[in-house]
Ligand binder design. Sequence first.
Ligand SMILES: NC(=O)C1=CN([C@@H]2O[C@H](COP(=O)(O)OP(=O)(O)OC[C@H]3O[C@@H](n4cnc5c(N)ncnc54)[C@H](O)[C@@H]3O)[C@@H](O)[C@H]2O)C=CC1
Ligand SMILES: O=C(CO)COP(=O)(O)O
Length: 341
Amino acid sequence: MTRRPPAVVAVLGSGSWGTTFAKVLADAGESADTQVRLWARRGEIADEINTHHTNSRYLAETVLPDNISCSTDTAAVLDGVELVVIAVPAQSLRSQLSAWKPLISPDAVVVSLMKGLEVGTDARMSQVLAEELGLPEDRIAVVSGPNLAMEIARCEPTASVVACPDAEVATWIAAACTATYFRPYTNTDVVGVEIGGIVKNVIALAVGICEGKQMGDNTKASVITRGLTETTRLAVALGGEPETMSGLAGMGDLIATCSSALSRNHTAGRLLGQGLSLDEVTAHMNQTAEGIKSAQAVLDLAHQLKVYMPITDSVVAVLQGNLSVHDLGPRLLARELKSEG
Ligand SMILES: NC(=O)C1=CN([C@@H]2O[C@H](COP(=O)(O)OP(=O)(O)OC[C@H]3O[C@@H](n4cnc5c(N)ncnc54)[C@H](O)[C@@H]3O)[C@@H](O)[C@H]2O)C=CC1
Ligand SMILES: O=C(CO)COP(=O)(O)O
């Protein structure tokens, strides 16, 4: 029997992607009169959304649907909700879950939109959710793909992946976020989908550095391609499927993120390539570039699993100040010759 759509959906996190995905859910559920409750940390964000149906700090002049409400009252946002979507910076997730756990319905499905590895534990966001909320894995899902928020806020068409070990749960979530401009595919490979979304941010830093140094398309294409190779190595070592990496959550997101000035990770890399220090880049960014903090965790996982990730290794060396952006290319090119595989 097909499960009915959720009457109410909660989205925790009113940044660019949380607000945009709330719009996707609201547009998808318009005919079913779905109500989307968005949680904001700051009252002024909630007031603007409820009054003007905009979130100008993150989405400029995008007008949000009327079936989105926003509140700083987490209990009110989560009350009785069966589908909870979380879109906060990865490094902030765990510290908030202890307060959120008693407010989340015991039968809720929780979806992560986050693309980071937790510093210190190297844990994926779905793992953090399972640990802190005590939910079975078939009630935790991930959405990831070529999903630059600003383009989606403008209703520019894209596809994405909803991953959950339970295919029926993935299908139920996908139905709840299917809009005329947003086409979610389903996958049961949570590991592969998450790793694709996490490591592409690190590769995007490298491609951004190439951009900042005004290197050519051949160079960037080579970094993107070899970046997909090392991403796939890590995903498979963690139990992911190689096919997932040639899909939307792997190659798709890598292409979008490494090609777009909208990408915060690509932008951070470009600024590094132009000679800014990491502190200067961080001060310049008013949004989250997950790759900056996740890169070391990705490399830690690679070392633990004996997975060779030379691009990630070089990005970490740059971020740590142990490698100049001018030496990143030569370091990668000077390695011993080997087969492409
Ligand atoms: N923006 C995009 O195009 C996309 C972002 N994502 C992922 O979505 C996740 C959320 O990122 P964005 O919405 O882009 O971030 P953002 O930088 O646009 O907004 C961050 C949001 O988190 C809040 N925040 C910051 N620190 C916090 C803390 N310590 N506790 C609670 N909330 C805090 C901010 O107030 C803001 O509402 C990230 O993991 C990102 O990789 C995934 C796909 C697309
Ligand atoms: O994940 C994203 C696109 O799919 C957004 O990328 P950035 O976090 O680099 O902006």
